[in-house]
Design a binder for this molecule. Structure first.
Ligand code: ADP
Ligand code: GLC
Length: 496
């Protein structure tokens, strides 16, 4: 029998302690999936105020002094137990940097916290110390698995460490690079050796994301298609060259979803539970509850009218502008109704709110973050809008498939890997589960939505489509095994 592998996950968010998007979901579900197949796991997070408020029992593991931006900072390492966590969570507690309300990355006005470079450098330095068991906890990982730019210095900091754990770095989104200035680089006292085009230098400043790519032993991203896409100019966010020369250590492993939290048969947030074999009346009751939640009339006749749902960070990535451009057409030429849940760019928020005010019986909008409402939309809508311009993996389309709410998506990244267009051919092969379009335009989105509406009008076809998606398995079993193989050096790189 192989010895139990020890994995230290390093992340800037994890459900249900702190979450801004899919990264938070994955940082909860992937470590658990690995735990379930026998890995010995720890997760280290910054001790944000919100996280501390959610944790009941905390124990101090030790103290460290960590270099920040021209100052030495006292840091405590805490160990927490949480009812939903099967393993201990470690926290890097440095109140000056993390004891703040709200979003981990941005201030209330939507701008980045001005000291993000220092915050995540200190976090990464503390995590790298833990990876070397500097607190003598008698727990030394075989693998340290860092995620996204906020943790990307960890592999670099372990570069010349004797008997370093294997360094795995996962890119959840290339669009957030953690770019900072040379002044910050110097102030943080980062090694001069890193400052080169082959190191972290990036257009005159430095990129934390690049540090992760350059120094990790293995780089992964969250779908096979995105792994290929990021090696191109179009998707590489300026790092396609580095990724191309890193192809030998680049892997695409599709995210799974947590099939317990996202299960329409047991979901506590729903008005009624349902499953692939017993979809009604549950699905319809959820639609009714959702419409009512938005103050829309939901009598028997109105219930038949198709309802589009969208839950999303309201940012350019998600194609919100395409939806906004298509809305006037849909409002004029169809009867369809819409519910939107999200927050992000002020201009998108403003435009969506304006639609809700002008069309209160057709457009429902909630601006903000609401976990229960996200579940209600997945269950209550008839179809799910997700026309992302790029999508490293995307979880929402998998949630919507599982909830019998066919997604309408642009063919990119993880969307291309999970949604199978309802063509006649795919339908006869029994694999059609949603609607996919190939042209990044509101016209193409409208055309795909029209196809969805035409299918919706044919109940037998529609029900077959729903059933196909609901019966698919999107759990972590397969991908957790893939990560285990990767940790053991037995997983293939993306084809060159
Ligand atoms: P991304 O990570 O790029 O935002 P994903 O599809 O991978 O996209 O994951 C998004 C996650 O965030 C899902 O769990 C989704 O339900 C959740 N989410 C996004 N916006 C909101 C919101 N306003 N309220 C509640 N949940 C949200
Ligand atoms: C990022 C990506 C999203 C992915 C998530 C989890 O937020 O935008 O596509 O599903 O990370 O990996």
């Amino acid at each position: 029998m192989q010895a139990m592998i020890r994995v230290l996950f390093v992340a800037s968010e994890a459900y249900p302690l702190i979450k801004t998007g899919g990264l938070g979901d994955v940082m909860y579900s992937l470590p658990h999936a690995l735990h379930h197949i026998g890995a010995d796991v720890r997760l280290v997070l910054p001790a944000y105020r919100e996280v501390l408020m959610r944790l009941e029992s905390l124990r101090i593991l030790g103290w460290m002094e960590i270099m920040g931006a021209g100052r030495l900072l006292g840091v405590r390492i805490l160990e927490a137990r949480h009812a939903e966590y099967a393993f201990p969570v470690w926290l890097v507690d440095c109140p000056i940097l993390f004891d703040r309300p709200g979003n981990p990355y941005v201030q209330a006005d939507g701008h980045d916290w001005p000291d993000n470079a220092e915050r995540y450098t200190v976090f990464a330095r503390a995590a790298a110390e833990l990876a070397q068991d500097r607190l003598n906890l008698d727990w030394r990982p075989d693998v340290v698995h860092a995620n996204d730019w906020q943790t990307a210095l960890v592999p670099a900091l372990l570069e010349h460490v004797p008997q370093s754990p294997k360094r795995v770095f996962t890119i959840h989104n290339m669009a957030y690079g953690g770019h900072f200035s040379l002044t910050e680089f110097n102030l943080l006292g980062l090694p001069r050796l890193w400052w080169s085009p082959e190191g972290v230098e990036f257009y005159g400043g430095f990129s934390m994301l690049k540090a992760g790519i350059v120094y990790a032993d293995d780089v992964t991203t969250v779908s096979p298609t995105y792994a290929r896409e990021i090696c191109t100019v179009e998707f590489g966010c300026g790092l396609h060259g580095v990724l191309q020369v890193s192809r030998h250590k680049l892997h695409g492993i599709l995210n799974g979803i947590d099939e317990n939290s996202w299960n329409p048969a047991t979901d506590p947030y729903l008005a009624a539970r349902y499953s692939a074999s017993r979809r009604q009346p549950g699905k319809a009751l959820n639609k009714q509850a959702l419409l009512r939640r938005f103050g829309m009339v939901a009598g028997e006749a109105l219930l038949q009218i198709p309802l589009f749902g969208m839950v999303s960070r309201l940012v350019e990535q998600k194609g919100v502008d395409l939806v906004l451009a298509a809305l006037p057409h849909w409002l004029e030429h169809t009867e369809a109704r819409f519910v939107f849940v999200g927050s992000g760019k002020t201009e998108y928020e403003r435009q969506l709110r304006a639609y809700a005010i002008h069309y209160p019986q057709r457009v429902g909008v909630f601006i903000g973050y609401d976990e229960s409402l996200a579940h209600m939309v997945e269950a209550g809508a008839d179809m799910f809008l997700m026309p992302s311009r790029f999508e490293p993996c995307g979880l929402n389309q998998m949630y919507s498939l599982r909830y019998g709410t066919p997604p309408i998506v642009y063919r990119t990244g993880g969307l291309a890997d999970t949604v199978v267009d309802a063509t006649e051919h795919h339908f006869s092969a029994g694999i059609a589960n949603g609607f996919v379009f190939d042209d990044l335009s509101s016209e193409a989105l409208i055309e795909a939505a029209n196809r969805a509406l035409a299918w919706y009008a044919q109940p037998r076809l529609w029900q077959t489509l729903l059933r196909t998606g609901m019966r698919q398995s999107f759990g972590w079993e397969h991908s957790a095994q893939a990560y285990l193989a990767l940790y053991r050096g037995q997983y293939p790189a993306v084809p060159g």
